[in-house]
Design a protein around this ligand. Sequence first.
Ligand code: ATP
Ligand code: MG
Length: 315
Amino acid sequence: MGKVIAIANQKGGVGKTTTAINLAASLAATEHSTLLIDIDPQANCTSGIGLEPKDVEASIYEALIGEVSAQETVLSTEIPFLDVVPSHINLVGAEIEMIDVMEREKILSNALKRVRRKYDFVVIDCPPSLGLLTLNSLTAANSVLIPVQAEYFALEGLGQLLNTIKIVRQHLNPDLEIEGVLLTMFDTRLRLSNQVAQEVRRYFGDKVFETIVQRNVRLSEAPSFGKPVILYDATSKGSRNYMSLAREILADNQRFLQHHSNGSESDDDSAPLPATGNPSTTGTASNRADNPEESVPGALSEAPEEKTPANDFSL
Ligand SMILES: Nc1ncnc2c1ncn2[C@@H]1O[C@H](COP(=O)(O)OP(=O)(O)OP(=O)(O)O)[C@@H](O)[C@H]1O
Ligand SMILES: [Mg+2]
């Protein structure tokens, strides 16, 4: 079974879609078969990867309402090893339509059971809310990656997100891990960015990725050409940052990948995944300090050892 990573933060415009597209493309570039799922009615991920949402015949919406199987919504992309499940504006109504369905938080998890086996990674781009679509994503996921914009009020709302993760773990998906917290839109020239990075590190400790995504105009231009940045400008800072993130995630998930490629996993869909790190940092970068590439000098130089509030959610 592929590892399912949900990219979530209910705050708008923090870099969820940019991260979903470019992480998925970078994982594919390392020849790991990857499925990118757009579960946001805005369908930014769909258009950002080069599909016209209005031309999509079967989207995640049809899979969620059971009209088609998830497999039937999968489209290939111009990147080898990368497939996509598109979204559609119809998805706006899905949250209402799903309300009366039994086990409504598990619809996506059930829909993905078969299709996820074909991939090493499944990356889900969540909408900016903690509604039923995000809950479904967290229930279907092995881990959650939280992008945090290096801006004022970066931590605002994160308590609510952590609380949601906790509730999902208690009631729906006990194995949900925090893959990591990713600083995005970091501006090396601003002291503010460094201050925010320090504060995020103080709060989340070693759950923060060593990789920081810097503000880079190529990242914001690429979606209008329907391309991940790695195809639009492979040598740009943005492209290198997301390759670095992919490598960090691959390093953190070695045990999982070995297990996956051995085919030793059980066919039982409820079988838990192998642990990817030590119990206190499972799902986070246990060897992040060994991967300083693309890190910003002085931004995250010291990782405090002490317990952080996010430890309450460690898995
Ligand atoms: N590192 C970056 N450098 C420059 N621009 C960026 C960067 N990351 C994201 N952006 C731009 O910031 C805007 C918001 O990013 P994005 O759409 O990825 O956020 P989001 O969290 O998915 O938003 P929403 O909550 O609406 O879904 C976009 O215009 C995107 O191109
Ligand atoms: Mg988005």
